[in-house]
Design a protein around this ligand. Structure first.
Ligand code: ZN
Length: 483
């Protein structure tokens, strides 16, 4: 994610961009999920209502692992009415008498598990499903949920709005750290990645863009169904849909489809020109980070007062039109495309490691700027190192607190951490570290501890002192030097 209005070199984060609270929170110790050991008992017990993330304990659910979602929704902007059927293919990781899905708002009309009607109940943003028979640990199951209603965005006290928004010509659903549960039932935590098929039905004439490869559209009786398939595992917050009037560009690059869309509410110009550089930027980043991880490319530009950020939605980032009002902006494209490696292909296992996403995406902006003829990476580092505010040094990016998830420290100090690593181990080892990380963990997850261990293994250096100072210290670390 990149907030519009985030300072690049000096000045303060515009805290109003997402209603960010300017406080830090002391994280509670992670609540562990109470998963019964399959060997200890044949008993069926309810799955946990959350995955126990240190910052967002109720996100996701325990007791199962989703492999695939098939999300079919029909949305009419004229009435703001959504009807949907979502199929969830999962494997039980505990023997379950019941399990939860995350679903915010909307009315559930029916649930089946393996084709048999199941009981269902709501508890806030939790949908509790009780199948007629228990689900045995290790076995696969399929849940189908029918639902409808008028979708609403989610408001996170610290981070502002995310999720499904009704726009002037349609709708757009995206957001971090959560958004998917506003339009389909989901295990809403990046620890549980899955493949997705989307079928979005909208009034004929409107475009419905989502993640992955476009796999066709059909029109019947005034409604058009747009089909999309994301075949690489995806974290739920990286899902998106944008419905409205768009200037669509289709192409092919390296055998993969390119599908981009810019809202027609914006005159043709800087946004179109910036998005058109997507494959050029992706090719540059491929040279740095290794093979592009997904089966399609693209970008979507929306113009809605509620969306004041760009987000790395998988294979097809969404950008606020604000980024292009003052002219072309390939830096934000580099940021969101870098996330395709750092965040999307290699995903967080817990939200407190957010610097692994934002530090690398910000660093990629520095790399792209140098490549594109702007200031050098070293100049970007020096500008930040000298110009950073006292609060940046007080806020450890490796443990920012939930309210500072998208704060300055995570981005700027996160990128400085990446550069400190590069300076310390040298270019040859550094690029082996980042390419190895992207390759080894492709389509998976990783933690900060995993990354530090990987960097030490590849470089043959002991780096805990470096990472401790840059990620967890509360004062300005020494300027890094080659060792
Ligand atoms: Zn970002």
């Amino acid at each position: 994610m990149r907030l519009w209005g985030l300072r690049l070199r000096t000045g303060l984060l515009l805290a109003g961009a997402l209603g960010l609270a300017a406080c830090s929170s002391t994280p509670e110790p992670a609540a562990r999920e109470a998963t019964p050991s399959p060997t200890a008992s044949r008993q069926f017990t309810p799955g946990a209502a959350g995955l126990g993330d240190e910052y967002f304990p109720r996100y996701g659910n325990g007791g199962y692992d989703v492999t695939r979602y098939v999300v079919k929704v029909r949305y009419d902007p004229a009435t703001d009415r959504l009807t949907g059927t979502t199929t969830v293919q999962a494997t039980a990781t505990a023997s379950l008498s019941a399990f939860n899905l995350d679903l915010a708002g909307l009315t559930v009309r029916g649930v089946t598990v393996d084709g048999v009607p199941a009981r269902h109940a709501r508890d806030g943003d939790e949908l509790v499903v009780t199948p007629t028979a228990g689900l045995t640990s290790g076995n696969g199951f399929t849940a189908e949920i029918r639902y409808e209603g008028s979708p609403k965005p989610l408001t996170n006290e610290a981070l502002g709005e995310g999720g499904f928004r009704h726009t002037s010509d349609g709708a757009v659903a995206l957001g971090q750290p959560e958004s998917a549960s506003t339009w389909f039932p989901v295990n809403d935590h990046p620890a549980d990645k899955a493949t997705y098929d989307f079928e979005i039905t909208v009034p004929e004439g409107l475009t419905a863009v989502s993640n992955g490869v476009p796999v066709g559209k059909t029109t019947r009786a005034g409604w058009t169904t747009w089909k999309w398939a994301e075949r690489s595992p995806m974290a739920s917050y990286l899902s998106m849909v944008a419905i409205g009037n768009f200037r669509v560009t289709r192409a092919e690059h390296k055998g993969r489809p390119v599908f981009s869309a810019v809202t027609t509410g914006l005159p043709e110009g800087a946004a179109d020109a910036s998005i058109a550089r997507t494959v050029e930027v992706a090719d540059y980043l491929e040279g740095v980070f290794g093979p592009y991880p997904f089966g399609s490319y693209g970008g979507v530009v929306v113009d809605d007062p509620g969306i004041r950020f760009a987000l790395e939605t998988q294979s097809r980032p969404v950008y606020s039109a604000n980024f292009f009002r003052r002219g072309a902006n390939s830096g934000v494209v580099a940021h969101e495309l870098a996330h395709q490696w750092f965040g999307d292909s290699v995903s967080l296992a817990r939200w407190s490691d957010i610097w692994l996403n934002e530090g690398f995406a910000t660093y990629a902006e520095w790399l792209w700027l140098e490549h594109d003829g702007g200031r050098t990476v070293q100049q970007s580092f020096d500008g930040e190192y000298v110009g950073a505010s006292a609060s940046l040094w007080r806020t450890p990016p490796g443990r920012p607190g939930a309210a500072n998830l998208f704060g300055d420290s995570v981005y700027q100090r996160g990128a400085m951490t990446v550069h400190a690593l590069r300076t310390t181990v040298g270019d040859e080892a550094f690029f082996r570290i980042v390419r190895g990380w992207a390759a080894d963990r492709r389509d998976g997850n990783g933690t900060t501890a995993d990354f530090v261990a990987h960097a030490e293994q590849v470089s043959g250096r002991q780096l805990d002192g470096l990472f401790d100072a840059w990620l967890y210290g509360t004062e300005q670390p020494e300027r890094p030097t080659a060792r």
